[in-house]
Design a protein around this ligand. Structure first.
Ligand SMILES: [Zn+2]
Length: 260
């Protein structure tokens, strides 16, 4: 990489970390119907306002060793993890996609998806206040940045939403309606084929990790498991490796089955 690219790489990763920090606020406040801009960041236990040096993504949590300096209440590890994940997604997008419009398109999708991860982890829901405006923004961004032709975006969001709505109804509500509304954004960005692919990956991750967590006793039988983090993993897999994996599947697996 040249020096200019180095600068942009660091800038984009830092931007991802700062926005990830903001998504923690979104995840905590949006499901409560609170404003996401005021008041400023504060300890949710004792209410003390945080100074600017306590708001540095990841580093502040490490320096404070995950505890509020005033009241000693522990600060969830979700905060630095969400910041790190968003930073990594932004950095990986910068490296994997050379064109700026496409980079911006995917980064907007990461913000919508990671905001939903955040609300699902904090409140076990994806509020309409996130999923519906998110879908409109994602549709416009997807078409303007060239992620999808407008018809591809319309078909993508319609197919994905219908599929998840069907799963929601058939599963008797085990798959939430919030997940289906989140897929309006994902479908608009990925289109129908990659959108469905992301759901297949998400189900795979959810099943495998769920089985492992039950086997080691970290999960009760009927305990609620947030599904949006698995959706996020599925979407990341589809965006970065979807073409490679489906190409491999069609060429290698199906061809061998034919020969066999
Ligand atoms: Zn405190």
């Amino acid at each position: 990489m040249t020096t200019v690219q180095d600068f942009w790489f660091v800038f984009i990763a830092t931007l991802g970390a700062l926005l990830g920090s903001f998504l923690n606020v979104v995840g905590y406040r949006l499901p409560r119907g609170e404003s996401i801009v005021s008041p400023g960041s504060h300890c949710t236990h004792c209410g003390r306002s945080l100074r600017s040096h306590e708001l540095i993504p990841m580093l502040s949590w490490l320096v404070l060793r995950g505890k509020c300096r005033s009241c000693g209440q522990s600060i969830s590890v979700r905060y630095p993890l969400l910041e790190a994940a968003t930073a990594c997604l932004f950095a990986a997008t910068f490296l994997a996609f050379p064109e700026w419009p496409v980079r911006v398109g995917w980064m907007v999708l990461w913000l919508v998806v990671m905001a939903a991860v955040s609300t699902d982890l904090y409140a076990m829901m994806v509020p309409n206040a996130l999923s519906l405006p998110g879908a409109v923004v994602m549709f416009v961004v997807s078409v303007c940045t060239g992620l999808q032709h407008w018809m591809g975006a319309v078909v993508g969001l319609a197919v994905c939403f219908t599929l998840l709505l069907a799963i929601h109804l058939l599963s008797g509500g085990n798959m939430g309606l919030g997940d289906a509304k989140l897929y309006l954004s994902i479908g608009a960005a990925l289109g129908a084929v990659q959108g469905i692919e992301s759901l297949v990956f998400a189900s795979f991750y959810g099943t495998v990790i769920g089985l492992v967590l039950r086997a080691v006793g970290w999960l009760e039988r009927r305990q609620y498991v947030p599904f949006v983090p698995f959706i996020a993993m599925g979407v990341v897999t589809a965006v970065f490796w979807g073409h490679a994996l489906s190409g491999w599947y069609f060429h290698e697996v199906l061809r061998r089955t034919d020969v066999g």
